[in-house]
Design a protein around this ligand. Sequence first.
Ligand code: ADE
Length: 239
Amino acid sequence: MRIDVVSLFPEFIAQCAAFGVVGRAGERGLMSLHGWNPRDHAEGNYRRVDDRPFGGGPGMVMLIDPLRACLRAVREADPRPARVIYMSPQGRPLDQAKVRELAACERLILLCGRYEGVDERLLQAEVDEELSIGDYVLSGGELAAAVVVDAVARLQDGALNDAESAVQDSFEDGLLDCPHYTRPVAHELGVVPEVLMSGNHARIARWRRMQALGRTWLRRPDLIDEAALTPADRALLEA
Ligand code: ADE
């Protein structure tokens, strides 16, 4: 898949493409990431990208024309239809189901705002949906776009190594992950649960499932209703 990110700080996005799972997805030809700067599409000596808001108030609002010209250039760079997503705290909250949906798209364009926002007319005309990464305000959409890029990259077929895929699977059912331990068995901070060293894979799987259910129930009861629970899971929770 191809992701284009429109941002006043495209270098920020280039950093995402350099490391870890996203970097590997790029090297393996599973995903390409491109940064675009609306300032390169602004007119005049000052290449202005923002102006004061009508009606007064603090801050600056991003101008329609540089963004529009930039989006036109992005579309022209690849003929495939693209979904345009504006990263904003007013958007629908991102979750794993949405990440899966986006990961199946051939092309995404992520639009990052700065300052107080973007002229509403541009959003109405060009944006397909708004996405938020949480109920807090960032100073721009770049970190939010990086979150989308990372979450989507790891779902591309072949992006994860086997060990990472196994971890991924444990999230796919909508529950929080179980705790993990490694050597040493005994440490001044505690001892590894005996069951994990039993070699009994059925017992280990059951223990992990119980831990995942218990944690989710304690920490995020809101997820339990949405999770894909088996009758055995329900029995455990109702016990
Ligand atoms: N831009 C600023 N805050 C944001 C948020 N919480 N989610 C997505 N984009 C944002």
